[in-house]
Design a protein around this ligand. Sequence first.
Ligand SMILES: Cc1cc2nc3c(=O)[nH]c(=O)nc-3n(C[C@H](O)[C@H](O)[C@H](O)COP(=O)(O)O)c2cc1C
Length: 473
Amino acid sequence: MPPDLSYKWPYSALEAASGWEAGGDTPFRQRDLPETPRQLAHDSRWPAFFPSPICFVTTANGEEIAFEKVVGPSIVNRFPYIAALSFCREELSDRHHVRGRFAELLESGGSVAIQFLPQGDQLVRAMKAIAEISENRTSERLAIAGLETRSAKTVDAPILKDAYLVYEGKLVKPGKDFSGDPIYDKPWSDVGSHRVYFIEITAIQLREDIAQGKSQISWGGLPEWKPDPSLPSATGVSPKSGMAEHYQKGYTPRYKFPAANTVAFESDDHAHGMAIKHLAALPQDQIEVDNDRARWPCFFPSPTAMITTWTSDKQANLMPCGSTTIISRHPLIIAPCISYSAINERYGPRASLDIIRQAGSFGCGVAYIDENLTKAIRYSGTTSFTDDPDKIANAGLSVSPRARAPQLNESPIHFECDVVGEIRLGTHIMFLGEVKSILVRQDLTPDTPMTWSPWADIKEADGAPSPANGAPL
Ligand SMILES: Cc1cc2nc3c(=O)[nH]c(=O)nc-3n(C[C@H](O)[C@H](O)[C@H](O)COP(=O)(O)O)c2cc1C
């Protein structure tokens, strides 16, 4: 039997002893943050669930190699193509401790390989080595775990022989965005307990059988859950007239890559059973103004956060945001990345951008796999508030009036955040939202938990194989 690599949340009842209180006459429990250092030292697991993938990362400085796992790697900017990786820089607990040696090697060598292993023995061994071999002996982990490596194409960091997907990248250099404003004066930002590194992707390697469409990556972008039928659930979309065509665009939380509704992986090189795509050095040269070609060039696991806001005249808005991750544990900081660029329709400024700036706060709901919620995400994720100020109701959802941001009644978990900063990234703004309180619906319990797999799976392709090199599909 393959090991079960999924998580369930909550692990135990949300009790007063750990700061959870009944939410008056609402069906939600509430917990306020930040925690005290003592509470954190006792238990620094995230106080509530947020769907995050996990990747493995190597770095090297010419002499030594370091090996880590990162929870919540995220693509945060499109041009240049940037991944954010966040590492703990404060001693909070046994779980959240300083990744000092890794940071030293990364900052001196300047490159990483972000990698994904198929579910199975190698993945389990990699996780075990990271858990059991201390951080200051990070360079021994690969050898002790018996994980074989080979050279990368564009960086010094080695690649795990069995990785099915690799993003090679370098610490980003200072530059200018399309409006001439400076970006990345430093390749990292210190945010709360963590240092967030911005990695410019130089090449992507994808296992050849996947690139050819013989196998598919299968990823659940949202957790699975069964709500209590007597509590609110999405009722189905009734789009504003004229918007019906618009929302038909595909989004599915059960994502397969490659498939008829995805881009094909356009490789320009092949080696070691991998198809390889190099990214142009300058963001200007990466741009494809065509909407479809501006899509991400390959699969990268991401969740979908439900970002809610109040406009200045107290109208509620919702923007699904895939580039959302937790980047600091203390204080707990959620970072949605929202497009401000005017490159094309796909990467145009979002109404939510100015609304968040004006409000100084936002909400972040967690959705789950459900047909009506999927339709609601499609509609609200392709329709701007500018075109439909009633988009939440038209998406089949409803809100409760909380002070910081509207709360979606259909989201079983909702984080309320104050904006404590923003980082300009080139095409996207990363908002830093400090979580002030968390609301959890009472039908989410240890007996009726959410199930989440942070790992994608590789399966034999179903249906007709997707064309290999050649777009659009
Ligand atoms: C699944 C999904 C994920 C998305 N992720 C992002 C994202 O990370 N950043 C972004 O700027 N837009 C993202 N979008 C697009 C916005 O949700 C969309 O442009 C929305 O209509 C913006 O609404 P607004 O103009 O009312 O703010 C996503 C859309 C979908 C369907």
